[in-house]
Design a protein. Structure first.
Length: 328
C-alpha cells in the first residue's frame, strides 16, 4: 500500500491553500491520486514483465524519486506554488512509465498512457503537454541528437492560471532520478540464482553496493560503495571501472541540472567513498573523492578527473593492495 511521501503531503497542503475556492485545489489533488492509483495498478507492476532484466522500476522506485526530490528542495519550498508541486509530483509518476512499451526511448513512449490517465480532453491538454515534455527530458537525446534535453523544455508556462517553472521541475526530476540507486533496486535472490543476464548484471551489482545521501545543508551529494571481497557476479576491475564511470556521470548531472534549477544551486560537491571489505571489515584505506564545481568536466576522461587527483584509486593500485592483504 502506498504511503504518502512528505512531498505529496506538502503538495496537497499547498493546493488546498492555493485557490480562494478550496474545492479547486481538492479537485487537482484528486486528479493526482487518480493518476497514481491507475499507474500503481496498471503500469508499474508490469514493467518487469516487459523488461525483466532492468533494475527495479516499480512504485518503490517512484517513491524513492519523490523522497529524493523532497530532500533536494525541502529547504526552498517557497519557490514553488501548489500547481508547480502538482506538476512536479505528477511528472515523477509518469517519468519511467514508457518502459512498459520497451526500454529503448522509454522517455518518449508515454503518450498512450497519458491519454488513458489524463483524459479530460481539452481541459487538461496543457497539463498533458507539460508532463510529456518533462518526461521526455529526463534522459536520452534531444530532437537535435544532443544530450542537452533540458534545453528543449519551456522555461515557464501557464497551468491552471498559475505560472509554472517547467524547466526547473524537469531538472529536479532528472537529478532525483539519477540519485535513485541502492540495494532496493535489485534482488539478491535473482543475482545468486543466475537469473539476470550478463549484459544487465553490472547494473544490478552496482545497485547492490551503492548508498546515496543527499546532504543539502552541507551542499553535497555523498556516495558510498561497499565492495565485499571475494566479489560475486562480476570481477573487481570491471566493477571499479563502472563505478568510476557512474561517479563522473552523476557529478556531471549535478552540474548540468543545477544550471537549469536554482533550487539545486547549493549542491557544490559530490563526495565519494569506496570501501573494500572482507567479512564486513575494511581491508585497505582509500581516499575520499571530492568532485567540486571548480573542476571542469566537459571533455575530461575518468583518468583526467579521478586518477590525476587520486592516484591511489588507480585500479591496478587497488588490486595490488588487495593482493598484498591476502598474503599477510
Amino acid at each position: 500500500m502506498w504511503i504518502d511521501t512528505e512531498l505529496e503531503k506538502h503538495m496537497q497542503e499547498k493546493l488546498h491553500g492555493e485557490f480562494s475556492n478550496k474545492q479547486i485545489g481538492e479537485k487537482y489533488y484528486a486528479q493526482y491520486i487518480t493518476a497514481r492509483e491507475y499507474l500503481t495498478s496498471n503500469i508499474y507492476p508490469f514493467i518487469a514483465a516487459v523488461e525483466p532484466q532492468l533494475t527495479d522500476h516499480s512504485d518503490r522506485h517512484i517513491e524513492n524519486v519523490l523522497n529524493n526530490i523532497w530532500d533536494l528542495i525541502n529547504d526552498d519550498l517557497d519557490r514553488f506554488n501548489g500547481v508547480e508541486l502538482y506538476l512536479l509530483c505528477l511528472s515523477t509518476l509518469f517519468h519511467d512509465c514508457g518502459n512498459i512499451n520497451g526500454r529503448e526511448g522509454h522517455n518518449k513512449k508515454i503518450s498512450d498512457i497519458c491519454n488513458d490517465v489524463i483524459n479530460d480532453n481539452s481541459t487538461r491538454l496543457q497539463e498533458k503537454r507539460l508532463v510529456t515534455m518533462i518526461v521526455r527530458a529526463h534522459c536520452g537525446q534531444s530532437r537535435k541528437n544532443s544530450s542537452d534535453t533540458l534545453m528543449e523544455v519551456d522555461e515557464t508556462a501557464s497551468l491552471y492560471s498559475r505560472e509554472v517553472k517547467v524547466c526547473e521541475i524537469a531538472s529536479i526530476i532528472r537529478f532525483a532520478d539519477e540519485l535513485a540507486e541502492g540495494p532496493q533496486r535489485t534482488s539478491d535472490y535473482m543475482r545468486s540464482k543466475g537469473k539476470i543476464d550478463q549484459a544487465s548484471i553490472i547494473y544490478h551489482k552496482y545497485a547492490s553496493i551503492t548508498e546515496v545521501f543527499i546532504g543539502k545543508k552541507d551542499g553535497r551529494i555523498a556516495l558510498t560503495y561497499n565492495i565485499e571481497i571475494p566479489i560475486q557476479d562480476v570481477d573487481l576491475e570491471t566493477l571499479l571501472k563502472f563505478i568510476y564511470k557512474r561517479i563522473v556521470k552523476l557529478d556531471t548531472e549535478r552540474r548540468y541540472c543545477k544550471y537549469y534549477a536554482t533550487s539545486l544551486n547549493k549542491l557544490k560537491t559530490t563526495d565519494v567513498k569506496i570501501n573494500i571489505l572482507i567479512d564486513g571489515e575494511d581491508v585497505i584505506d582509500l581516499p575520499k573523492i571530492q568532485m567540486e564545481d571548480k573542476y571542469i568536466l566537459s571533455n575530461a576522461s575518468i583518468e583526467d578527473i579521478i586518477y590525476h587527483l587520486y592516484p591511489e584509486l588507480k585500479i591496478e593500485s587497488i588490486l595490488q593492495k588487495i593482493g598484498e592483504y591476502d598474503h599477510e
